[in-house]
Design a protein around this ligand. Structure first.
Ligand SMILES: NC(=O)c1ccc[n+]([C@@H]2O[C@H](COP(=O)([O-])OP(=O)(O)OC[C@H]3O[C@@H](n4cnc5c(N)ncnc54)[C@H](OP(=O)(O)O)[C@@H]3O)[C@@H](O)[C@H]2O)c1
Length: 226
C-alpha cells in the first residue's frame, strides 16, 4: 500500500487509463482522474474527477488553474488514440487529416500537458506518459501499426527533449509500454487483457519512484530499446 500518495491521471474515461485509476485507488492512492465527457469514472469510487481535452491548450491551461495549490506524487498522461485497429494499416492509406490527428493527440498534446502541469509534481515525484512498445525505432523489424508507431516514436523523442531541457531535474520521467492490450484502441485481437497489463504498469511506476532520470519501460519494468 502507498497510503498518502497522490496521482493525477489524464485520460481515464475508459480502457487503460480507467483501469490505472482503479488500480491506484485499490492501492490506497488519492486519485484525480480526467475525462473529456461524463464517463464511468464517476462510479469508480472515492476519487476526484476533472475534465480536459488534451488537444485543446485552453482546456489544459484551465485545468492547471483549477488545480492550483495541489501537488501530485504522480502525473501520468495516458490519453492516446489511433484512427484504426487494423495492425496492417500503412502510412500510404492514411488521410492527412487522420495522420495529423494521431500525431497531435499522441505526441504533441501529452507533452503540452506535461509542460503545463509539471510544476504540480514535487522533486520526489514522477511524471509519466503512456507510450508503447510500438514507439521503439530499434525494435521495428516487422512493421505494422505504421502511423501509430510513428506517433509514439515522436512522443518518445519529445520526452527525451524535455528530459534534456531539465537535465538537473530530480524527478523521475517514465515512458510506459503496457503491452498490446484488449481495449477499444488495442482491438479484440490484442494479446493481453487489461488485468494482465495494468497491475504490472502500476508496479513499475511504484518501483521507479524516486529513482530520477528518464526511463522507457515495459510493464515488467524492463527497459525497452529506444
Ligand atoms: N491498448 C493497447 O494495446 C495499447 C498499447 C500500447 C499503448 N497504449 C496506449 O495506452 C493509452 C490508452 O489506450 P487504450 O488502449 O486504453 O485506448 P482507449 O480505450 O481507446 O482509451 C483512450 C483514452 O484516451 C482518451 N483520449 C483520447 N483522446 C483524448 C484527448 N484528446 N483528450 C483527452 N483524452 C483523450 C479517451 O477519452 P474519451 O473516452 O473521451 O475518448 C480514453 O479515455 C493510449 O495512449 C494508447 O496509445 C495502448
Amino acid at each position: 500500500m502507498a497510503a498518502g500518495k497522490s496521482a493525477l491521471i489524464i485520460g481515464a474515461s475508459r480502457g487503460l487509463g480507467y483501469a490505472l485509476a482503479s488500480e491506484f485507488l485499490v492501492r490506497g492512492w488519492q486519485v484525480t482522474a480526467t475525462e473529456r465527457t461524463p464517463s464511468a469514472l464517476h462510479e469508480l469510487g472515492d476519487l476526484t474527477v476533472e475534465t480536459v481535452d488534451i488537444a485543446v491548450p485552453e482546456q489544459v491551461a484551465a485545468l492547471r488553474e483549477r488545480l492550483a495549490g495541489s501537488a501530485f506524487d504522480l502525473l501520468f498522461v495516458n490519453a492516446g488514440t489511433n484512427y484504426t485497429t487494423d495492425p496492417s494499416a500503412t502510412f500510404t492509406d492514411v488521410s492527412t487529416e487522420d495522420f495529423v490527428q494521431v500525431m497531435v493527440t499522441n505526441a504533441l498534446s501529452p507533452m503540452r500537458v506535461v509542460e503545463t502541469l509539471q510544476d504540480l509534481v514535487p522533486e520526489t515525484g514522477t511524471i509519466g506518459v503512456m507510450s508503447s512498445g510500438q514507439g521503439s525505432v530499434a525494435d521495428n523489424t516487422k512493421g505494422g501499426f505504421e502511423v501509430y508507431r510513428a506517433s509514439k516514436s515522436a512522443l518518445n523523442q519529445l520526452m527525451r527533449s524535455f528530459a534534456a531541457r531539465h537535465a538537473d531535474d530530480p524527478r523521475t520521467l517514465l515512458l510506459m509500454a503496457p503491452g498490446w492490450v484488449q481495449t477499444d484502441l488495442g482491438g479484440p485481437s490484442a494479446r493481453l487483457t487489461i488485468d494482465e497489463s495494468i497491475p504490472g504498469v502500476a508496479d513499475t511506476i511504484e518501483a521507479w519512484a524516486g529513482k530520477g532520470g528518464l526511463h522507457y519501460l515495459d510493464r515488467q519494468g524492463q527497459t525497452v530499446n529506444w
